[in-house]
Design a protein around this ligand. Sequence first.
Ligand code: MIC
Ligand code: SF4
Length: 641
Amino acid sequence: MSGTMTEKILKQHIVAGDASVGKEAALKIDQTLTQDATGTMAYLQFEAIGIDRVRTELSVSFIDHNTLQTDFKNADDHLFLQSIAQKYGLYFSRPGNGICHQVFLERFACPGKTLIGSDSHTPTAGGIGSFSVGAGGLDVAAAMAGKPFRIKYPAVVGVRLTGKLSDWVSAKDVILEVLRRINVNGGFGKVLEYFGPGVENLSVPDRATITNMGTETGCTTSIFPSDKITKEFLEAQGRGDRWQEILPDEDAHYDDIIEIDLSTLEPLAALPHSPGNVKPVREVAGLKVNQVAIGSCTNSSLRDLKVVAQALKGKTVSPDLHMIISPGSRQVVEHLIDSGEMKYLIQAGARILENTCGPCIGMGSAPCSAGVSVRTFNRNFEGRCGTKDGQVYLVSPETAVATALKGVLSDPRDLGEYPKIIMPEKFFINDNMIIRPLPFEEAKKIKVFYGPNIKPLPTFPPLPDVLKGEALIKLPDNITTDHIMPAGAKILPLRSNVPEISKHVFETVDSKFSEKALEKGGGFIIGGDNYGQGSSREHAALAPKYLGIKAVIVKSFARIHLANLINFGIVPLTFENPDDYDKIEPGDFIEVQVGDLRSKVTLNNMTKGIKINLEHTLSELDAEILKTGGKLPWIKKNIEN
Ligand code: MIC
Ligand code: SF4
């Protein structure tokens, strides 16, 4: 039977449910990844499930988000994660080894496998032909315990690539073009599957840039074929035996098709404050820039940094700005040192940071007041860079380096001849910063280290039939998880301490929110479209739950956040008629009859005396999980050890 790549991989992994678009399907998960910021909670949950070893083919725990160690908290969390990995049979990538998605692509990702990761950019591995999905930590914990992962069976959109990119135009411009066309919610419920003759003109890291930032469309995942180029990449990584061909059939049926002729693309930029706010660089060129930052899981591969190094060779970064580079992995750095290109970066005045997420998640390098920062990252949500009025532009490494040299936002095509990039035939393989799993008998003896910052998981009671309380906050469209539960150097160390981190919920929107919520005994959140876009951080559900939030009532949800709300027992509801959004004001007292969540849900605005019809997309199982008080108690009830 003919099919898309998505259908082929899913067919081999569906263990229950229905393979029709929009219906719930349960997938067997082969591989998992976590990073430190979501990992502490995910492993506390894994421990609470009570399994003695991970039940996946491969599970990897990375430390890459918070490595600042500003006090004992972060250092303690690292020890916790390392001891957990040793105890339960995981690979552990030590701090400094690199950004999870870059290292995973280099050393672990396999075509045809299913992967879930407690990070929304897990689809990076789609660049190698893996079906890889971002999820909340609890879903990853459940997958590590051998439980299937439930998704709404996706529609498959074929992105047909033709032609070849011009000099100074690169993979980032391809995904910015996709975002320009479908914006930050155009991918909801869909897989973006790349195919067509243009695919062979993109390397695996190029493809990974595209699947990485595909997350910003709200899609379930993005995937590229596994072809000759994939084989060469895996062979160069010493992993040729992991290759298998995965191509769509000639007559594969796509639910929709997006056509992109690579040769017509030009350098693009996403303007503040949305990755979907895309314009050609030439239209915004000349803007004075205070900072250029290169790196993140989107654009920190060896190819990307080689382009930057070659363009900087023998030149000096503009005195009007700072240039910061965070390489994706130690492998990338080793190659840059070996080829002498690291010297070009340093001689030009670039400031080299550790191989971590760094400025992308507000861990330092915040721009100056109202500063313009031009970044090769994937998100430019307001305040995420650490400066509330910072103006972040998302661009390719080519545009970033041109800007660093000129001091103003610049079209890289003005730099002249495109540098010649020589990629190694074989990558340096040095896995000495990856600690392998211990044999079971030895693992059993490991004692898990719990620092004083690791607080026990809060528990929540089953859901009552009627929810009552105040509308505590009313928000516009496209609220991100960075609004709900901010990150950055001050807050990330609190990820394993729910009572403390809850104090920061909605801090940038309403500084009194957490106090108010606790004082009123909880209540409701009212929002617009695409509520919860962005990160997979389950703290954006868990912390509001801790503050007593009972239901979130919005026009529409982003995928991962919706799943996280269910996992933590907050009822996700939408307006049957979006105009009813106007019928609730903050402070209104509300009563919502949820019953068994199988029939219609009505909201009674007691303050205004108005009844409003609400909807939801909850499956029977979701309803059961919610009624039990969340996924953890539900799993504990249902797991067969
Ligand atoms: C992000 O890019 O927002 C993060 C930080 O990587 C998050 C995960 C987190 O909040 O820990 C993500 O994308 O899922
Ligand atoms: Fe890290 Fe940024 Fe990538 Fe998130 S988007 S995983 S913070 S580099």
